[in-house]
Design a binder for this molecule. Sequence first.
Ligand code: 5GP
Ligand code: ZN
Length: 112
Amino acid sequence: MSACIFCKIAGGEVASQFVHEDEEVVAFKDLNPIAPTHLLVVPRKHIARVADATQEDERLLGRLQLVVAEVAKKAGLTDFRVVTNNGKGAGQSVDHLHYHVISGRRMNWPPG
Ligand code: 5GP
Ligand code: ZN
């Protein structure tokens, strides 16, 4: 049994409402949203961070971005930001690869 919260969510061990679910990828609302829309797109496979992805994950990484586009479309988003934090110093708090999809307020650039 994994101690990883996103493995538990993706595996159904922690009940969640998915906005997207397929064999390889799930998406759900962030527990602590930082914008009116804040979704997380997560591979079922445990990869700690994007820097840990390997050649074997090439197709899955592409799939994740297509799911980002799908969930954004489903939510009616045109302008949105896609973010993955890699490492504590970059703001990563959950060590399981995920893409934040954030929308519904003005986004600043460069990000803080
Ligand atoms: P990170 O800080 O690693 O880039 O992003 C982790 C995100 O996961 C945070 O935005 C945090 O609010 C969210 N999060 C942490 N635990 C849970 C949880 O149990 N359920 C959901 N839905 N989101 C979570
Ligand atoms: Zn995990």
